[in-house]
Design a protein around this ligand. Structure first.
Ligand code: CTP
Ligand SMILES: C[C@](O)(CO)[C@H](O)COP(=O)(O)O
Length: 229
């Protein structure tokens, strides 16, 4: 198995509200994207393609290993992953798609996703249980109904795919159809998606408090930014 990864890093991070694209925001002195890439490489991925905002190519190149391929992303996550797919090395037969916004994904999670692919899954997502009471809200802001949470899961990345399956699903997805993750893209093509346990440490940095928590996690783990995960 030759595993390559696409790291989606072309978003602006409007909810984080930083002074630079979110993937370049520093966590313990290193950009989020550098953490995310390192976690994949430590977890067993051989090649990494990072999709970036076109005008920031130089800034990304300055903080990533020279072996990482940098390509221009798109206006949406779906478009960015589509661009990354086109830049994968020929020899890759499985593909992980990861968010740069998930800097502290433990290598164990990467290994679980790769393990499920090795065992024959076409598509794999790491998930976590929902821990709060879950409701549907009506237009007037009142509770319309409670939703049983037992079967609900929060979906994380990296999500793993047989390369041909993912490529075919993106080819079948009309350009302009935007989905929030890659599991949704293959499901739209009728592909079954296996779940494996995710990890709270693989949380996505979305709002400022998430970055505070990530800083705390790095401090408590005693990591210097050279993979003490
Ligand atoms: N056009 C886009 C939009 C998002 N992403 C990437 O997809 C991942 C998950 O997206 P999210 O956390 O929502 O990031 P942003 O879209 O940047 O955030 P926001 O919605 O707050 O602007 C991020 O690593 C982001 O860089 C991307 O590659 N290309
Ligand atoms: C792909 C993803 O990380 C799965 O949880 C997530 O959907 C990306 O974030 P967004 O806010 O939906 O862009």
């Amino acid at each position: 198995m030759h595993a390559a990864a696409i790291v989606a890093a072309a978003g602006s991070g409007s909810r984080l509200g930083a002074d630079r694209p979110k993937a370049l925001v520093l966590l313990a002195g290193r950009p989020l994207v550098a953490w995310a890439v390192e976690g994949l490489l430590v977890g067993g991925v051989a090649d990494v393609v990072v999709t970036v905002p076109a005008i920031e190519r130089a800034a990304f190149a300055a903080v990533l290993p020279s072996t990482v391929r940098i390509v221009d992303g798109g206006d949406t996550r779906t478009a960015s992953v589509r661009a990354g797919l086109a830049a994968l090395p020929r020899e890759a037969d499985v593909v992980l798609v990861h968010d740069a916004a998930r800097p502290l994904t433990p290598p164990d999670v990467v290994a679980r996703v790769l393990g499920a692919l090795t065992a024959g899954a076409q598509a794999v997502v790491p998930v976590l249980p929902v821990v709060d009471t879950t409701i549907l809200v009506a237009d007037d802001g009142t509770i319309a109904e409670a939703v049983p949470r037992a079967p609900l899961r929060r979906v994380q990345t990296p999500q793993g795919f047989d390369r041909g399956t993912l490529a075919a699903a993106y080819a079948a997805l009309p350009v302009g159809t935007e989905l929030t993750d890659d599991a949704a893209v293959v499901r739209a093509a009728g592909v079954p998606v296996v779940t494996v346990p995710g990890d709270e440490r693989s949380a996505k940095v979305t709002v400022p408090h998430d970055l505070t928590l990530a800083e705390l996690a790095v401090t408590l783990d005693g990591s210097s930014g050279t993979v003490a995960r």
